[in-house]
Unconditional design. Structure first.
Length: 766
């Protein structure tokens, strides 16, 4: 590194701080390891230590303080790694993220490294144990349960939570979820319903979860053609694999990886939306590639994750499978990156850096000379537009494998005069209000035939909200402008934004009225209604409340796979990736949840969800049918899902995004201003928007327009008021310029907790 004689060599260091600059440090006199670009360094910073990344030689010209006085650089305290943690290719991708998403380089770098390497202490994965409760005695009959727990409702709640978690769950988590004292569990143990023991947190996270020895299928002609096209793709080429549900996309990915990894000796990354939700897909990769694969599961501890990271970094494993952050897997000589279900919004990180893993994958692959495969039955409008203009190469799997047909989809119209009663009809039972006659009939027939059903309701809890029958007031969260959801077992009002919980009230807080009504439907209530209507059916519920434990998702799905569940009920969690040939009925309890949200992607998300969940039916020789209950049967999201008409949906949806213009027609950045005081937040939003308008008037910003400011659709979250404005641009470059200038120069006052966040290519505007 260049330096004046006698001065210590200097290093440029990126730190994970919200500052758009790098720092110059002096190299230690005798560093433990070589100080090369990409190595982590421990440095002093304002009286504490920080972990940074060395970028290269430092510039002596930066060592000038106020008034031109020379500054003596602080020395790096330690160089802990023998090998640089950040490879040159990862450094390049982080530079791109910093630039495009307008975040400090150090923040992008921290996000690309495993937690074990970014904490202030060295990675020392140690063995941990925790206490686990196991259900010892099952009480199947609801009547029995009522009697046994008549005087111990807390024990019953604990029992049922344990049961919902597949019969086994960490004690700490159970008690935290229920907020009970440990004595409730003691009581349950004393009565012989549960046992408690210590369990070592497994070093091998997959111990005891053998991958099903799946039969190795021969690709069909269509699958083979797709594999050939991809394997022969040019360096950096992006493919959009549009394959209907059940068309065998997973096998295409696996065969591509055989070519890239086994034949050519290169490496590969497979991204899945949420790894806990897709155990079947992951198992197929494990069955095909055994321990050459590193699964970066969300349930791994930091130590386990670090082990997996190290195996990839050392080249011991050549394939990484994981969710969003697996796009940073430290693999060299990448040959392919697969992005399964590329339309999923979970690929976008919700906090800084707000990157989209699909976009990062494309940029990374281009630099590495790898191919990218974006797979989906319902591609995002952005990817579809890119395929249409020839930026991506479109490959299509138009039919299901093995001659299976797409299921028949029917709509049940819930409006008055259709499925609903006419005025004068006798009042209907709760069962009839939730399950229409056609759906009840289909469920009964499916049970009769000993086949399985999947029911979707995309709202957890018991009822959506509580409303006063006298003044109409809806109970809302004290921290957020969101109504509280009523939960049973345990009985609580819960905010799904900030997790605030409170006991249900017996009077209206506003008018003291005594008739508080529960409105709207949640999964807990549907579960109860199903149990009443079909007492013999074995029902499993899958939502955030039943899947807190480490392998809870996989355990519930394993039970479905073994035929121990007749009806699987759940939120959008059950819509993805599931492949059970004995599922012949899919019912959507309420297709309209979310369809009217004030967000330009609401229809697209609804269409995707309906198409995906419909795709779970009829994957075996028995065929299948889908029933969608809705009050909006003519909405294009519902209509096109009914007809399996992706192209029709895209045509109508794209027209709807022309005026006002939304992606994919324009590029978008959402600027959210938030703070603890409403007036200060609004004032700052006004000032920020004015600042950007003045900037654009002064400098000219061709094709960039500013819309707003306005309150966010959800005005308050976690005690913070929220305002926003949008930047729309025809060209991404212009948007980058304006955004960077704004984020780096606009000063946010240090009061009232004021903050400004820029979200480039937002997936939601709520
Ligand atoms: P998708 O992801 O496109 O919805 P999957 O990859 O889940 O579809 O495949 C659907 C089913 O078809 C799976 O059970 C899979 O094992 C099976 N399958 C895929 N390809 C073949 C093939 N070539 N021959 C026989 N079965 C296949
Ligand atoms: Zn809240």
């Amino acid at each position: 590194m260049s330096r004046p004689p006698s001065a210590p060599p200097l290093a440029e260091v990126a730190l994970p701080l919200p500052l758009f600059r790098t720092f110059t440090y002096a190299a230690p006199e005798a560093p433990r390891h070589a100080l090369v670009p990409g190595t982590r360094v421990v440095v002093p910073f304002h009286g504490r230590t920080e972990i940074g990344v060395c970028l290269g030689p430092g510039d002596p010209a930066t060592l000038v303080g106020k008034g031109g006085r020379p500054v003596v650089p602080k020395a790096i305290l330690d160089v802990p790694d023998a090998e640089p943690a950040v490879t040159p290719s990862l450094l390049a991708i982080c530079r791109w993220i910093a630039d495009y998403y307008v975040v400090p380089l150090g923040v992008a770098l921290r996000c690309a490294l495993p937690n074990a390497l970014t904490g202030a202490d060295a990675p020392t994965p140690t063995q941990r144990t925790h206490r686990v409760a196991t259900l010892a005695r099952h009480v199947e009959s609801l009547l029995h349960r009522e009697r046994i727990f008549a005087r111990a409702p807390q024990q019953r709640a604990l029992y049922e939570l344990l049961e919902a978690n597949g019969g086994r769950a960490p004690v700490g988590q159970l008690l935290e979820q229920l907020r009970f004292s440990p004595s409730v569990l003691k009581g349950l143990v004393a009565r012989g319903f549960a046992t408690v023991d210590d369990e070592v947190v497994a070093r091998d996270p997959f111990a005891g979860r053998a991958a099903a020895a799946a039969a190795r299928h021969r690709p069909t002609a269509e699958q083979q053609a797709a594999v050939e096209a991809m394997a022969g793709g040019g360096a950096g080429e992006t493919f959009l694999l549009h394959g209907v549900t059940g068309s065998g996309k997973t096998l295409v990915y696996i065969e591509l990886l055989r070519r890239v990894v086994e034949e050519r000796g290169r490496s590969a990354i497979v991204l899945v939306p949420e790894i806990a939700l897709t155990p079947q897909t992951v198992d197929r990769f494990r069955a095909a590639f055994g321990d050459r694969i590193a699964v970066l599961h969300s349930a791994l501890s930091d130590g386990e994750r670090y082990d997996a990271w190290l195996a990839l970094r050392r080249g011991e494993k050549r394939i990484a499978v994981g969710a969003r952050s697996a796009v940073f897997a430290p693999l060299e000589d990448l040959g392919a990156i697969v992005v399964d279900e590329e339309h999923e919004s979970s690929y976008k990180q919700g906090e800084s850096p707000r990157y989209h893993a699909r976009e990062v994958a494309i940029v990374r692959a281009r630099a590495a000379g790898a191919v990218v495969v974006l797979g989906s039955a319902t591609p995002s409008l952005e990817s579809w537009a890119n395929a249409t203009v020839g930026k991506y190469r479109l490959l299509t799997l138009p039919a299901r494998v093995g001659g299976a047909r797409l299921p028949r989809v029917d709509v049940v119209d819930l409006r008055v005069g259709q499925g609903r009663p006419r005025p004068g009809d006798a009042p209907r039972s709760p069962v009839d209000q939730v399950l229409s006659a056609p759906l009840q009939k289909a469920l009964a027939e499916t049970l009769e035939k000993e086949e399985q059903s999947i029911l979707l309701l995309n709202r957890r809890g018991y009822s959506a909200f509580v409303q006063c029958g006298e003044c109409g007031d809806v109970t809302t969260c004290p921290n957020c402008s969101i109504s509280l959801t009523y939960h049973r077992a345990p009985e609580r009002l819960v905010c799904h934004y900030c997790q605030h919980q409170e006991a249900p009230r017996d009077r209206c807080a506003r008018c003291r009225g005594e008739t508080l009504r529960q409105r709207g439907l949640g999964t807990q209530q549907v579960e109860r209604i199903l149990a009443e209507r079909y007492p013999a059916a074995r029902i499993a519920r899958m939502d955030v409340d039943t899947t807190g434990a480490k392998w809870a998702h996989a355990e519930i799905l394993d039970r479905v796979g073994r035929g121990e569940v007749d009806v699987l009920l759940g939120t959008q969690m059950i819509a993805k990736g599931l492949d059970f040939p004995n599922v012949t009925l899919v019912g959507v309890i309420d297709a309209d949840t979310g369809i009217n949200l004030p967000d330009f992607r609401a229809s697209e998300r609804c269409f995707q969800l309906l198409s995906q969940v419909a795709g779970r039916a009829g994957r075996g020789p028995k065929g299948g049918q889908v029933l969608i209950q809705t009050r909006l049967p003519t909405h294009h999201a519902v209509r096109c899902a009914l007809a399996h008409d992706y192209h029709g949906f895209v045509r109508e949806e794209a027209t709807g995004r022309e005026s006002p213009a939304y992606p994919p027609l324009v590029r978008l950045a959402n600027v959210v201003v938030s703070g603890l005081r409403e007036d200060a937040t609004q004032a700052l939003a006004d000032r920020a928007a004015g600042w950007v308008r003045a900037l654009m008037a002064r400098r000219g910003a061709a094709g960039v327009t500013l819309i707003g400011p306005a309150p966010c659709p959800v005005e308050r979250v976690k005690q913070r008021w929220r305002w926003h404005f949008l930047l729309k641009a025809e060209q991404p470059g212009e948007l980058t310029r304006v955004a960077r200038y704004f984020v780096q120069r606009f000063e946010v006052p240090k009061q009232h907790g004021l903050r400004v966040a820029l979200d480039r290519d937002p997936v939601a505007l709520l």
